[in-house]
Design a protein around this ligand. Structure first.
Ligand code: SF4
Length: 214
């Protein structure tokens, strides 16, 4: 019997707003479930991610064929289209057979992970693992990412580890629920710029929030 994956949603085409492929056209495959928070609004403030802006509860059971069919419907005629695999925490579910099927359909693939779950092996060469590390009790960071995405100021505790390695470090200002503006956002953005000038970090601005697209 085919394995099933709990998928929250597939959508696009849109623009990848974050990280190494920011600004490029893509579709999203979002998995349900996360190991950092149970997703209930009343527990968010005391979770590992009180800034989480994602609804990852529920979803539908898809086989690999279901996922590929759905993504092909979305892909349309867009050329050089990428795929962003996110969640929730996608590495609770993503495995090698799925990645090798998706590899045939897309120009590049980003996996956005909190870093606490190992990456599948083997993986196609075009897959990039982007780690936005989360301080989850008793769940250390175990991935060796292709790039870090550090939310400022929420994830500053991981900056030294990230800057000390060879992978590029994207710094991204934490954004209020109502969008990228306001005094706290401006302060976060200024801190990111300081880190770019001082440590060679790269700025990640959540372009989709400026554009008003999902
Ligand atoms: S790891 Fe990501 S999806 Fe999970 S709660 Fe934190 S920010 Fe949200």
């Amino acid at each position: 019997m085919s394995r099933v994956y709990q998928v929250k949603e597939c959508f696009g085409p849109t623009i990848q707003g974050e990280g190494p492929h920011q600004g490029q056209p893509c579709v999203f495959l979002r998995f349900a479930g996360c190991n950092a928070w149970d997703g209930r609004p009343e527990t968010r403030a005391n979770s590992a991610c009180p800034y989480c802006d994602t609804d990852f509860r529920g979803g539908e059971a898809y086989t690999i064929d279901d996922i590929c069919q759905r993504l092909l419907q979305l892909r349309g005629e867009v050329r050089r289209l990428g795929l962003v695999i996110s969640g929730g925490e996608p590495l609770l579910q993503v495995d090698s057979p799925l990645l090798f099927r998706l590899d045939k359909l897309f120009h590049w693939i980003d996996i956005e992970t909190n870093g606490t779950r190992p990456t599948p092996w083997p993986m196609p060469a075009k897959v990039s693992v982007i780690c936005s590390p989360k301080a989850i009790v008793a769940q250390p960071i175990v991935v060796e990412p292709d790039a870090w995405k550090i939310l400022i100021p929420a994830q500053e505790a991981f900056l030294e580890q990230a800057i000390g390695g060879s992978a590029p470090v994207f710094v991204q200002p934490v954004c209020p629920d109502n969008g990228p503006s306001g005094a706290s956002y401006d302060a976060n953005l200024q801190r990111c710029l300081d880190l770019c000038y001082r440590h060679g970090c790269r700025l990640s601005l959540q372009l989709h929030k400026y554009l008003g697209v999902p």
